[in-house]
Design a protein around this ligand. Sequence first.
Ligand SMILES: [Zn+2]
Length: 652
Amino acid sequence: MVAQTQAHPPHVTEVKEKIDFILDKMKDSFPEKAVVTAGMPYANGPVHIGHLAGTHVPADIYSSFLKLLIGNENVLFVCGTDDHGSTSEVAAKKVGKSTREFIDEIHSRQAQTMKSYGIDLDVYTGTSREENYETHKEICQDFLRDLYKNERLDKRTSLQWFDEKASMFLPDRYVTGTCPKCEAPGAYSEECDSCGANYEAKELKEPISSVTQTTPELKETDHWYLNMWKATDQLCEWLEGNQKTWRKNLLTEVLGTVRTTFIFSNTHEDSYKEIKEDLPEHKSRYAPGKKVALTFKCLNDLEKASQELKARGFDIELLDAWAHRSITRDVSWAIPVPEEIDETMKGKTLYVWPESLIAPISFSKLALKNKGKDPQDSDLYWKNPKAGRYQFLGQDNIFFYVLMQGSMWLGTQKDPKRLPVAGEYQMTDIFSNYHLQINGAKMSKSKGNFFTGDQLIAPKEDGGMGYHPDQIRYFLSILSLTEKNSNFDEEILKERNKFLAGPLNAAFEKPISACHSKFKGQIPEGDLIGKTAKETQKIIPNYIKMMKKGDYAKILFAIENYARVINGLFSVYKPHDDRGDDKERADALYSCFYILKNVMIMLSPFAPVTMEKLRISLNLPEESLSLKELGVPLMPGHTIHEQSDYFPAVSE
Ligand SMILES: [Zn+2]
């Protein structure tokens, strides 16, 4: 008898085999190990809804999905505060605190907010924190050494404000004066907020140092510029290989920047047309300023064409402004450059942008150490071609995460003129998100539509907005931030929350309630009935495909429809009504629990707290949160627990 109640009907086994067959075919595209990271918040303020929407929530969902896919033990999810540079220093000065004290306070508040939202990080540290700093500094300095050795650092001299009294170079934001164009006070070193003008620092009138209130002077200073131009061929090759997996808008933007291009005056257009066919393969277009732009497949082709045209008197100008960025600063609160490379660079520090690109590597080491593993195992994630690296960030930062990071990674290789091999830093997959607007406008403190993460979930009686973190996570996931700027509209959020508390909760509650009232709290023997098998076989591969791409909105819509099958089964077969056909009622309830378990697994990355409640109601072990468990039914005779409060009710 026992053996009989333990067996699943042949039909269920058949469906599971079909699912496993599809999953097996997809397996080659699963990473062996994965590290997920999200744009690091500056250590100068709280985590706000923009951070959560654009980076931390989508990254957490991705990391949870990967854990379902390849197991908790193979996924690292790391983040921390971006501590260095003038931003945190200025913010600390403003409130009269030491930089350390200020950063520590911000950090612990940010970490608490992440936790409240169920952002399940393996480590939330910071670039300057004691537990991480030494390792991080070492990695940063190694990067500089390798880049130097591979001739990817060009030393250039520029003019920088110097405060004699404080005996320090001043970051641009430390200097204000009168705008040379509109005479407005409070203009910055190279730009005026009043009239929007850009100008050279030496044009600023009556400059004042905000450190000592004295007049600063412009002094020459040397800095290293990262040469990304030399990496263009490899960057193109890498990016073109991502056509199938990356978001189109992101690729279009970075490829538009990185493809090697020069321009010349359109007065040469006729003679260009004469020799066009003899030049290496290229695309031509008109460019602003009465120019013609030619884009080539690789640096070599561009150089050949450039020589050819120069010999004919063309005024060739490279479009390479993007490819030379200064990556050192005269700021003291930062990582010092390794002195032994170049003595004249003593006292210079690494700019915070490249520093923050490197930071997730030391974060990974720390996460491994905290798990009692060898920090050196971080190579299994960062330098292993079979592992995956996934970075979530805001759309306006893609230049840094794609082109600067790509160039830096390539620049550390033994041979930087090819893509990385095993044992070298592997390229990272990028997931960028557009901006979140609040109730139709750009988020701004002065307009009063700036929400911190804490404010949204604090109880109403404490002046908060009283949302449940799962409601916010779910809502942020259905916005199309991957495609365009989207709006955080409280009315639409309310509608969505009504749906969660209504039809979706009903899909959880109906089977559980019917099971307790009519089936003694035990899963009946049964078979898959109605659309159950067909819809299950359809949604599981779709789920994996869309989740891998980070297409959360589309898959949530599909999961919601799948959950509706439960409501459908209830209206047709009425398992809660014992006047109906017993066999059909048992089949329907069996099918409902089959769907419910699949829904629980698939929604767990989006609404972890609520799905945990559902898991407890279903009396399933933690291990059931795995993609391997998709399509595995609850055993007939399995006892479930009581119903719980799932998504919160919405008051009118
Ligand atoms: Zn102005």
